[in-house]
Design a protein around this ligand. Sequence first.
Ligand SMILES: *Cc1c(COP(=O)(O)O)cnc(C)c1O
Length: 379
Amino acid sequence: MRFETLAIHSGDRPDRTFGAVSAPIYQTSTFAFEEVGKTKGYDYSRTANPTRKVLEDTIARLEGGKAGFAFATGMAAEATIIHLLKAGDHVISGDDVYGGTYRLFQDVMPDFGLEFTFLRMDNRQKIEAAIKPNTKLLWLETPSNPLLNIVDVEMAVDIAKKHNLMTVIDNTFATPYFLKPIDYGVDLVVHSTTKYLNGHCDVVGGAVVTTTDELTDRVQFLLNAMGTCASPFDCWLVLRGIETLAVRMKQHEANAAAVAEYLTKQSAVKKVFYPGLKSHPGHEIAKRQMRGFGGVVSFELGDVGAAKTFLNRVKVFSLAESLGGVVSLAEHPASMSHASMPADYRKKVGISDKLVRLSVGLENIDDLIEDLEQALRRL
Ligand SMILES: *Cc1c(COP(=O)(O)O)cnc(C)c1O
């Protein structure tokens, strides 16, 4: 079956008990045993839950992996899988990863003996030079948040395989509709389902997709041991969101491409970051490895004052963190989504104070452009 069909039919649907077409919400903590030692497949909802299982199977099929796991948030998913490592291990991570990922790696995990090197994943020699005897993991994010930098996934996996490293990719921005990292040999895919997979800004959630039985057993163990799983109701919401993922992603992209094109023509706008633009340094790689360029566009105005004025003026776009919903959002990475990165580090990786990030939603494109126009006036 193809993507659109898998998004609607994967997992145990219709439900086997009564034929419910919408996956039932098994809002229960525990399950009655038939007799001592014999269950109907579930015993306790931290370990597994039937609603969660439908979502997990759906995400796993869409990514083309072995098994899926649903977490309370994207960060819960990341925090759980970083525990696949042990004290003394070293991780090489993109330097422009999501702010919360950077905070987890920089400010939390080193206290437990993990070591991190952050670098721009755009050059084979640079990555190879960072590999040490204790390096175990390459952590990739593409397109990255908020600069939309592109990692050549094939190159990164090639390096990892040569040096016996595990690869994790944060596929939140592209979604499996635009990028299938497992086709390139990535070991683990992580998502903030809060964003496009759910798509309606009404839930926080995360997911992990595995590629081997060994990783599947280990992630299931960690999820249960750490208790980082998603609730049945949240799983149901994400599942409903995923049913329309394909149509939403197509329209997000069409609107984002129009917004990016419009922004390149405005004198107040100094620089536009969108992998679909020919001027984007990662455009050729993105074109090769992705089916589309996604729905996030970032741009720089003349100074931080102009960025703030623009953000205070937008009306159709809401001034809010997060992305990937049907509603358009605009935000200021330096003071919002990436405030968890120290200012000098943001500067080093290119996240300036004049940067604005747009999550282009599914409103009529003319209303979006008119909103940008009134917000950019005389800046
Ligand atoms: C939002 C986000 C996360 C974190 O997910 P939460 O659901 O907010 O915990 C991780 N990675 C990327 C790329 C994100 O955009």
